[in-house]
Design a protein around this ligand. Structure first.
Ligand code: PMT
Length: 399
């Protein structure tokens, strides 16, 4: 069953009578769990007011590109990064033509240019305009750019004509939007992902941990599920709800995560270590709460934790093994060092010194470090990034 749980859908509304259906479309997308933000073109506002769509979406509606106030809130680049999918409904013939030319002369076309998210169009126009060679040629060119056309439906039109050009009904559009997230590149494969921080006990009430929120690992789990994989998510403590349809194993310490990972290897094609695992733990966790003493300093002896991803890469049979590298300097060269030392197939390197990406943020930017090459994916939402990473990993796994 498809669903839009936790998906961020950016709805573009262009000028056409079908714009009134966008109000219901927002509701149908929300029914499936989506968080919806709306961009309206100037022409769309002639048919329906931003206030209506703001009230329904629960978010401010974005209408202008060159508005300092709007840009200070959520500017066009943030919107482009925010979206997991950009759905333009209705998409007028004029908007489709402008999209083909790569124009960025209003907010919606600019966001279309800037986003790395998939773009879907729900055309709505008079049947004559739909049949016109110009429109058909434009749609063929957009299809080459992997822009997906949803519809249109056939039937009687507002102008009295009968034929193709009616925007699909909101319920069908919401279902088709959800289906865009269901892919098959990992179908039949079993994927194990570690996520979040570990907690290393000092005593029953204190621990050593780090700032990992689990967002990157959970986004990878969601993307792998959508790619058709059976997913086991082994996670340290986080505030996140595990994705639906995954086998979730909650753990606390690095040793727990190691034990759970080793057990999961009996059925694993792809292992992704996104967790921030503590390298060391207190040698002796106190059984009772440690009391304050008269001393000004306190020393905790630490011992090394097992390295989970290294053990996975040494396991027979060996799954394709993917590490992450959280670095604050010389990101790629340290990542390459980990690739070789830990005998990994690939390392996903992120610069955790940069504000707005890495630990606990909604976005990330990474360099994929393969044995003989590198690829950089610039800043985007962790869910967008996760989908692209899963695509790359599936390609390698299936090769
Ligand atoms: O959780 P978020 O807030 O979304 O943040 C995401 C993230 C920054 C935590 C994630 O993108 C990331 O970089 N995870 C790895 C962080 C890290 O601990 O890197 P490292 O360089 O210390 O470890 C290298 C690799 O070895 C990692 O794949 C790690 O999971 C693994 N490792 C490390 C130590 C250990 N004992 N066992 C391991 O398996």
């Amino acid at each position: 069953m498809s669903s839009l749980t936790n998906k961020q859908i950016l709805l573009g509304v262009t000028g056409g009578i079908a714009a009134y259906k966008s109000a219901e479309l927002i509701r149908r997308l929300q029914d499936q769990g989506a968080n919806v933000r709306v961009i309206m073109t100037a022409a769309a506002q002639e048919f329906i007011t931003p206030l209506t769509l703001q009230a329904l979406s629960g978010n401010p509606v974005h209408t202008t590109l060159l508005d300092p106030e709007a840009e200070a809130g959520m500017g066009h680049i943030e919107l482009a990064r925010w979206a997991d999918l950009l759905l333009v409904a209705p998409a007028s013939a004029d908007f489709i033509a402008r999209l083909v030319t790569g124009k960025g002369d209003d907010l919606l076309t600019t966001v279309c240019l800037a986003t790395a998210a998939p773009i879907c169009l729900a055309p709505a126009m008079n049947q004559g305009m739909w049949h016109s060679p110009a429109t058909q040629d434009n749609l063929a060119r957009l299809s080459q750019r992997k822009i997906v056309c949803l519809g249109p439906a056939e039937g009687s039109q507002a102008c009295g004509d009968v034929g193709p050009g009616r925007m699909l009904e909101p319920t069908e559009l919401a279902d088709l939007t959800a289906r865009q997230f269901v892919r098959g590149e990992l179908s039949g494969k079993s994927v194990v992902i570690t996520a979040g921080p570990t907690r290393e006990a000092i005593d029953p009430v204190r621990y050593i941990s780090n700032h990992s929120s689990g967002k990157m690992g959970y986004a990878l789990a969601q993307a792998a599920i959508e790619a058709g994989a059976r997913v086991t998510l082994i996670s340290g403590p986080t505030n996140l709800a595990p994705p639906e349809r995954c086998h979730y194993i909650g753990v606390e310490s690095a040793q727990d995560m190691y034990d759970a990972s080793m057990q999961a290897l009996s059925d694993c094609d792809l292992f992704i270590a996104a967790a921030a695992v503590a390298d060391y733990r207190p040698a002796n966790a106190a059984e009772q709460k440690i009391k304050k003493t008269g001393q000004d300093t306190m020393t905790i002896e630490m011992v090394k934790n097992p390295d989970i991803v290294t053990a996975v890469a040494a396991h027979q049979p060996r799954p394709m093994t993917v590490g992450f590298a959280a670095e604050t300097q010389d990101v790629v060269s340290y990542a390459r060092g980990k690739l070789e030392r830990k005998n990994l197939d690939v390392v996903i390197a992120n610069d955790v010194s940069q504000a707005g990406i890495g630990f606990n943020s909604d976005d990330n930017a990474v360099t994929i470090v393969w044995p003989g090459s590198e690829e950089t994916l610039s800043q985007r939402s962790k869910s967008q990034l996760a989908r692209e990473l899963i695509e790359r990993l599936a390609e390698k796994l299936n090769a």
